[in-house]
Design a protein around this ligand. Structure first.
Ligand code: ATP
Ligand code: ZN
Length: 285
């Protein structure tokens, strides 16, 4: 059987979560010592370990069929490939930062400045949209030291917590792009590979849906049952089981992570006390 080739980052910020994604999809792999490539034990998948910057080109050339890479890299490189799924990890933003001491009012303050970045295409596009004339200085790697050593006035780089910027005496002033890891694919996979990719995507979506939801169980006095069920927007209608204590019922349902705390507060205000919350491994609808 033909195998689908997936490229993932060899080491770095996306590595652990990419491996975890395969594991959560029940795909078992043995990572060898050389860590160049490996084959999944129980799924027709071959895993190639690469530098993240190289993944888009490998996908366009068909050396790899699918790959996990930051959207930031995909948009900067502009290869002919397709985003199949957003993966919910590797979240960061591409932002412009200036020295803390600079009084920054608005984007006009960037006119005439020298900016260091490893994202020249995205920065150029952003500036031309905003009619800003700045000198873009392309660098590879850590941009945050550039202002401190006199290489540039400001930088455009990836930020997640902002600690690195802060430690280097910089402040974030504009966000160019919000990014996360995505699953991207070559544009013309044959039908066999396309089938394998769809099976993999099916598993990824089941895992993602499970992560976004919680299973909750609550004991509800029967006289409040209608009111309480009405206040829980579960993904399907809840399960209601009678308890041995005939005045109460056990209600089971699945709620979305985003609605979770609001629902719990509402339930508490309605007098529900025994609430059990469980993580879900997979949801297949
Ligand atoms: P490689 O050696 O593979 O080229 P790298 O040093 O270019 O690795 P990493 O720093 O490991 O890359 O980042 C990989 C990806 O992780 C980024 O392209 C981005 O999508 C994501 N990411 C999430 N948070 C951050 C962050 N705070 N800084 C940098 N990248 C981040
Ligand atoms: Zn890289």
């Amino acid at each position: 059987m033909n195998k689908l080739k997936i490229a993932i980052q060899k080491s770095g910020r996306l590595y652990e979560d990419s491996i975890k994604l395969l594991k959560n999809c029940s795909i078992e792999i043995n990572i060898g010592i050389d860590k160049l490539k490996t084959t999944a034990i129980n799924f027709p998948l071959e895993i190639l370990f690469l530098r993240d910057d190289d993944i888009p080109q490998y996908l366009e050339d068909g050396i790899a069929d699918i790959g996990i890479v930051g959207k930031n890299v995909l948009l900067e490189k502009r290869n002919k490939i397709k985003i199949k799924e957003y993966l919910g990890f590797g979240k960061c933003r591409l932002s412009i930062a200036v020295p803390k001491s600079l009084v920054y009012k608005d984007i006009e303050d960037l006119n005439g400045k020298k900016i260091a970045t490893s994202y020249p295409y995205l920065v150029k596009k952003f500036f031309s949209k905003k009619y800003i004339n700045a000198d873009i200085h392309e660098i590879s790697g850590a941009a945050e030291i550039a202002p401190g050593i006199g290489l540039a006035d400001c930088i455009c780089d990836l930020v997640s917590s902002g600690t690195t910027l802060f430690m280097n005496g910089l402040k974030e002033v504009e966000t160019i792009l919000k990014s996360e890891a995505v699953l991207a694919s070559n544009l013309d996979l044959d039908s066999e590979k396309n089938n394998i990719m769809n099976k993999f995507l099916f598993r990824i979506r089941a895992v993602k849906k499970a992560k976004d939801n919680k299973y909750i169980l609550l004991n509800v006095p029967n006289n409040k049952l209608n009111k309480i069920i009405f206040s829980i927007p579960g993904i399907k209608s809840p399960v209601i089981l009678p308890l041995e204590n005939s005045e109460c019922s056990s209600v089971h349902t699945v709620v979305n992570e985003n609605d979770f705390w609001g629902i719990i507060e509402n339930l508490k205000s309605l007098g529900v006390q025994d609430i059990l919350v469980l993580p879900i491994e997979k949801i297949i609808l």
